[in-house]
Every structure is written in C-alpha cells, then in structure tokens.
Design a protein around this ligand. Structure first.
Ligand SMILES: Nc1ncnc2c1ncn2[C@@H]1O[C@H](COP(=O)(O)OP(=O)(O)OP(=O)(O)O)[C@@H](O)[C@H]1O
Ligand SMILES: [Mg+2]
Length: 332
C-alpha cells in the first residue's frame, strides 16, 4: 500500500478538496482507496458522509472504534495501543478514516513523545506511529492499494506524525505571496522531519518492536496550483505575477534544487502536476450533491453549459490522477 499526503502549511489552498477529488478519481480508475482525515477540523469527513452517518459516528454502540479519535484514545488514556479501525465505506472500493475534533487532544502528547523516541521510549514510539498504524490496519483490512492523507494547515506534532506516515507528498497551492512564503517553510520542515524521523527509526529498529514503523520518505512529487483563490478585484496580472514564481520557489525550497537549475516556466515545469480551474458554481453544486465535480449530473443541476464543464473537469482530474499514479508508482 502506498500512502500519499496532501500538504501545505498555508490554509485554504485546496488540500481537502484535492484529496477528495483525487480519491474518487483513483477509485474510478480501478484502485481500492482509503482516505484518512487527520485534520481535527474534519472537513473531509463532512464532505464524504451525510448528516445521518455523521450522527452515527457519535452514537453509543458496540462498535465504538469509528473515528481517528476512537483509534488513538487508548494511547491518550494510557490504557493500551491503537484500537483497530476498518474505516467507513463511502462507495465501492472507497473508504474513509473519519476525522474527529478530539484528535486535537493528541497534539501535546505527540509533541512530548517526539524527543522521547530518541531515548528508545517504546510508549513514545507507539504514540508517534499511531496515525500510521491506524492507516495500515484499516488499509490492510480493506485490502487497499492506496491511502490518501489530508491534514490541517500547520506544522505541529499531529501533522508531523501524519506526514511521516506518507511515502509521497503532493503540495496544493495558490498563486499569492503567502503561498510562496509557505513553500519556503515547507521544504525545510519536510527535510527536518525526514532526517529526525530517520534517526529515530534507525534506533527503534534495534529494539525488536512488535509494531510497524513508517519509512518517513515524504517524497515530494509535485504541486497543484489552484486558481480558486484568485481575487476578483485583482485578476490576471496579480495571478500571473505570483504563479510564474512558483516553479522556481518549489524547486529551490522543496526540492533543494540550485537556482540555476530551477524551471522558470509554469507550463513546462516537470514539478507542476496540474493547474486547476476555479470551478465556481460547479464546486458549490458538487458540495451540495456530496460528489466530486466530475460526477455531477443533470439531476444535481449540471445542465446547459455545465455539462461541458463537468466533462472537462473529469478530463483534468483524470490527467492529474494519472500523473500522481505514475510519480508514486500506483498501478492503474
Ligand atoms: N478548484 C476549486 N474551485 C473552486 N473552489 C475551490 C476549488 N478548490 C477548493 N475550493 C474551495 O476553496 C475553499 C478551500 O478549499 P479546501 O477546504 O479544500 O482548502 P484546504 O487547504 O483544505 O483548507 P484548510 O487549510 O482549512 O484545511 C473551499 O471552500 C473549497 O470549496
Ligand atoms: Mg482542509
């Protein structure tokens, strides 16, 4: 099973929307997919489950291990290891590890555990790998080929734990000054997490632990530039100004490429996985219908000019998903 994370510490750049659409597209292309909502804001979970199912997550019952909080609660309470969770079925071959506001309670515990991992502290290693092991257990139970991880917009301990679980990282971004600044943070942060985890993992391997450790590769496979954040009062000129700086900033900050070797051109940049449109009313329609934009039908309101837009959106997401599959070695 390959694990791909969608990450940028800048908020509102389209991480969740992208993870959601890519998950459905992989599924449509014949891949069994698990999506993990590791953002305590749980926006992805709200997008994927209707109100009745959201309520059911909260219901008392025999099968209490439903959300990511339920899975990590024994660690938080000091009563045991992660509780196995199978994930909610969203559709054929598509499952979700539901998010939970309670996950925020794990932040301090994970912060505290990180330095202790270096001291061969088994409980700290269990806590640090809890999110990874939850993905593995649900993924193995469902026999998935791929897991996608969505996280919140920060560089805290929950995200560190969620992202060291990932083999690959896709960076969604928008064309503005803060997104570019975000890239400058992102590269060094990913590098330090990779190195620090590598050191911890190497030590932990000598302990003959009874649980799996993630590799922590976090290989950046490219960025997806979103146009949805273009402000209507500052249209094309501002967009181009920032967009054209993305190839170089990504190459330098995230990949550590020398300035002279970085691409200057968005259209031909090998790291640009896609430039995605502002889907406007189609996105609102899709949220209402609880579907990806490329699955909208007449009954959802996609009539007239929307029909062609939906068809084009399918093409755009399919091309993007095939690129991600190729970069991450996911067989379609
Ligand atoms: N391609 C798009 N076209 C139109 N609207 C979009 C598109 N992508 C995302 N949006 C909208 O932009 C907003 C932010 O997107 P989203 O929630 O996916 O970002 P995020 O990076 O996950 O945010 P956060 O940092 O809060 O987790 C949402 O209202 C979403 O519907
Ligand atoms: Mg989000």
């Amino acid at each position: 099973m390959k694990i791909i994370g969608f990450f940028n510490n800048k908020g509102g750049v389209g991480k969740t929307t992208l993870a959601y659409h890519i998950a459905w597209m992989f599924r449509d292309l014949g891949v069994r997919v698990l999506v993990a909502d590791f953002d305590p804001q749980a926006n992805l979970t709200v997008a994927m489950l209707d109100d009745d199912r959201l309520l059911a997550l909260d219901a008392e019952g025999t099968d209490k291990t439903k959300t990511i909080y339920d899975a990590i609660e024994p660690i938080l309470e000091g009563s045991g290891d992660v509780a196995p969770l199978r994930g909610e079925e969203i559709d054929e071959d598509l499952w979700l590890i539901p998010g939970d506001l309670g996950l925020a309670r794990f932040e301090d515990r994970l912060s505290d555990a990180w330095p202790r991992c270096i001291d061969d502290d088994r409980a700290a290693l269990r806590a640090t790998t809890a999110l990874y092991r939850t993905v593995r257990v649900a993924g193995d139970a469902r026999g998935v080929d791929l897991a996608l991880v969505d996280v919140g917009p920060n560089i805290g301990a929950i995200n560190r734990s969620a992202l060291i679980s990932c083999d690959f990282i896709v960076v969604p971004l928008t064309a503005d000054i803060f997104s570019l600044r975000g890239l400058r943070n992102l590269g060094p942060v990913l590098r330090s997490w990779r190195e620090d985890w590598g050191e911890r993992r190497e030590r932990a391997e000598r302990l003959a632990l009874k649980f799996d450790l993630p590799l922590g590769a976090m290989n950046p496979i490219g960025y997806v530039l979103h146009q949805h954040a273009v402000r209507s009062d500052r249209p094309t000129l501002a967009y181009d100004r920032w967009a054209n700086r993305v190839p170089r900033q990504y190459a330098e900050s995230v990949l550590g490429t020398k300035p002279a070797d970085a691409s200057e051109d968005l259209d031909s940049d090998a790291n640009a996985l896609a430039v995605l449109k502002h889907y406007r009313s189609l996105m609102a329609m899709a949220q209402q219908a609880r579907k990806p934009v490329f699955k909208l039908r007449a009954a959802d309101g996609a009539i007239g000019g929307h029909v062609d837009a939906v068809r084009k959106a399918r093409g755009d997401f399919e091309t993007l998903t095939r690129r991600i599959a190729q970069a991450a070695g996911v067989k379609l």
